[in-house]
Design a protein around this ligand. Structure first.
Ligand code: SAM
Length: 192
């Protein structure tokens, strides 16, 4: 359930189920990008994606993100892959490659929101040229260079809105929103 924080929160407008969104990170550099790719995974999970395909595999990042899922709940998974093309080719639904060279993401939203499954692909320092041809859509979040984390966050919000707390069942802790300071609800057994 979305909280409806964005201007046109799709979860409030329609009863149609939102697409299940997976994210494929192509060209992670193990040992060089740990913080950026971890942040990508955190943003993917927190903003409603169901899984992160991580190319190439990086066990340390998978472990770190799985610990977050254990602590904070939800069904997010990290799927390491050596073959990003196989992930793209086997996806049943639109494949959206985020790139500043693409069409405006905004134009594609009606079609993406109607899909059952969407795969969002983000690149790293170098993006394989084949990706532009294999994607269903090359989509831009503005036409200026920025970051995969920023592009993904905007795309997830525009497609599905920010998920509410019901999405993150089963964790050990939950934030109690407060005007000042930090409040957490902690449980030894999982929060329902
Ligand atoms: N130099 C890379 C290339 O060959 O295009 C891009 C590097 S950029 C730091 C990393 C990723 O951020 C891109 O692959 C893309 O997924 C995402 N990105 C950056 N700016 C974007 C924009 N304006 N719109 C959509 N995605 C963007």
């Amino acid at each position: 359930m979305g909280t409806g924080s964005s201007g046109s929160a799709p979860r409030q407008r329609s009863r149609r189920p939102l697409p299940e969104v997976s994210v494929l990170r192509v060209g992670h550099r193990p040992g060089r990008d740990p913080r950026l790719t971890t942040h990508l995974g955190l943003a993917a999970r927190a903003l409603g994606a169901r899984r992160l395909y991580l190319h190439p595999p990086d066990e340390a990042i998978r472990d770190r993100l799985e610990k977050v899922v254990g602590d904070w709940g939800g069904a997010f998974e990290v799927v390491p892959t050596r073959d990003w093309k196989a992930v793209v080719r086997s996806h049943e639904g639109p494949v959206v490659h985020l790139t500043m060279y693409g069409l405006d993401l905004e134009r594609l939203l009606p079609e993406l929101r109607r899909a059952r499954r969407v795969l969002i692909v983000v690149g790293g320092a170098k993006v394989p040229a084949e990706l532009y041809a294999l994607a269903t859509f090359n989509a831009a979040v503005g036409h200026q260079p920025h970051s995969e984390v920023a592009a993904l966050a905007v795309a997830l919000d525009r497609i599905g809105g920010i998920p509410g707390p019901a999405t993150f069942r089963g964790g050990k802790r939950r934030v109690v929103p407060t005007a000042r300071g930090k409040r957490l609800r902690q449980r030894r057994e999982s929060l329902r």
